[in-house]
Design a protein around this ligand. Sequence first.
Ligand code: FA5
Ligand code: MG
Length: 370
Amino acid sequence: MHGMLRRIPTCGEKRIKTVFTHIQIKRYHSIGPLSGIDCIYCIGYLSRGNELTPTFTFFDNLNPIVSTHKCFDSLLTPKDHVSRRPSDTYYINKDTVLRTHTSAHQTELMSNHNNAFLVTGDVYRRDEIDSTHYPIFHQMEGVRIFERKQFGNLTEDQQNKIIEEDLKKWLQGAITAIFGQELQMKWVDAYFPFTHPSFELEIYFREKWLEMLGCGLVHQDILKSIGLRDHVGWAFGLGLERLAMVLFQIPDIRLFWSQDERFKSQFTRDEIIKFQEYSKYPPCIKDISFWIDERYQPNDFFEMVRGVGGDLIESVQLADRFVHPKTKRESHCYRINFRSMDRSLTHDEINQLQQSIRDKSLSELKLDLR
Ligand code: FA5
Ligand code: MG
């Protein structure tokens, strides 16, 4: 594979800094540029030099700061859709966001007459905290548009079926080309406002099904809205860290941000290697419980916790819910798992972090601690 691989250009540290100053999670400054992400060079395999790919135009330098119109409206995302909520998306102001997906560039690129293209870039989300979710990650978008007339006199339904099969075959082929035949994968029906029908591809990894990508046929109303009436097309959005996790057997998404030589030194050559895990340091589990009301958004809590503990937070899970039989008030208990990838944590250190999480639950989130 040597030579066919290509490193994904990473967005510079400066841009990350500007962006995070904006949204005030300054803590990530210290992490610096997207170091470990360099190991996702395998993706070049998808984008060129492979018999499965026609000539796709490759965009990897589009600005991650986009209008809500691009990110949501142009993709038919309803005004009240969860993905638009400030609890899920980083707003810079009311009309501008950090793109939550590379799909934000779809309609513009399609209307500029690109009919086969790939977009890679950094995307940003407020999301849950576990080994496969991170607030900054990378996606690759792929789109292919066909003219309906090339299918002769097949009905639209028959044409759509052909395109759906082409999409699945293309993605399955690309995934098999990267991982080999042994990998277990499955298609799951899904929903996106901008595709119909829609699917997700899952890969079996570490005893669980891991979602790798979402895809589908570009919604006819989108094609119409940009003057591509007699066209049909497919699109997908692939999680690049997830792909790299499976490819290199990387167990935790936080490792992409590690500055530890034991991580970095394993990815110095253009080779697909199996990541050698270094010793796991002991975890430390702390619970926190509070009463919630209708204003409560779990992602606000997750982000506050990540703000305090940074990459020392391995996961935050809802361990228990309780509704008081008389008052009907609901309480949540979250289990926070602290663990460093690089060193042993001290009790003092963890107790301080936990105290700070409790303090901020009160002062910033106005939660009623139990
Ligand atoms: C999307 O973002 C759609 N834009 C994908 C798409 C494109 C559908 C074109 C149809 C047509 P989703 O939210 O499922 O879909 O994210 C796509 C992939 O990004 C996921 O399958 C996963 O691999 C990755 N991903 C999502 N959230 C995270 C996260 N917090 N951390 C790391 N990877 C993530
Ligand atoms: Mg999904």
